[in-house]
Design a protein around this ligand. Structure first.
Ligand code: 5GP
Ligand code: MG
Ligand code: MG
Length: 189
């Protein structure tokens, strides 16, 4: 059971509780385990936002797998994407012939993943898939193209609104909340 937090008061509404998330993450982990059964898997979380999701997801992947994190930034401390993504920390694993599962907290414009996926493919990965907890489909600016063999997994379609918790921040705060909620606009306005 998570501690109640002073951050709770700044959340306008809870979209998915810790229990909802756990159930959905288990389903995603089981789907990945089935789809990549017997194949070499590398799980690549995008830090920092996907740290909690990655930690939970790998516990539901029953096939052997490697885990690493990359850093790629498009946001800074703003709530609006800058439109340009920069890889600041690359993966340290050898991805050659691995089936890569990129774990992302939320897809918004699609800029981040459209930069990262081809980069990982160029390292000789056997396939590159994406597993995002949240998908803000309505806000997509760049269509996400996955190379042959890549699969797309999404936990939930996310309504428009700035969300925090379960790893997701505003100015590095709120990441420890065990649920996902809409941040009160007064926090960033
Ligand atoms: P994209 O490149 O798809 O526009 O943005 C992806 C990144 O933007 C996500 O990984 C996340 O870090 C950040 N992001 C997008 N929407 C939200 C949101 O509603 N809340 C938070 N905390 N981050 C977001
Ligand atoms: Mg992210
Ligand atoms: Mg952020």
């Amino acid at each position: 059971m998570a501690a109640s937090s002073k951050d709770d008061a700044l959340v306008e509404s809870v979209l998915w509780s810790a229990a909802d998330i756990d159930k959905r993450v288990a389903e995603l982990g089981r789907a990945i385990s089935g789809d990549f059964e017997g194949l070499p898997i590398a799980v690549l979380g995008i830090a920092t936002g996907a740290f909690m999701f990655t930690a939970d997801l790998v516990r539901y992947i029953s096939e052997p797998h490697l885990v690493d994190f990359v850093r790629i930034q498009s946001y800074g401390n703003s709530t609006v994407s800058s439109g340009v993504a920069t890889i600041s920390t690359d993966c340290k694993l050898d991805l050659k012939d691995k089936h890569v599962i990129v774990v992302e907290d939320i897809i918004d414009t699609g800029v981040t993943l459209s930069k990262l996926v081809p980069h990982l493919e160029s390292k000789g990965a056997a396939s590159v898939s994406v597993c995002a907890l949240l998908d803000k489909k309505a806000r997509r600016k760049v269509e996400l193209k996955l190379p042959t063999g890549g699969r797309f997994y999404a936990g939930y379609e996310c309504p428009d609104g700035f969300v925090v918790g379960y790893g997701m921040d505003h100015a590095e705060r709120f990441r420890g909340l065990p649920y996902v909620g809409i941040l009160k606009p007064e926090v960033y306005q």
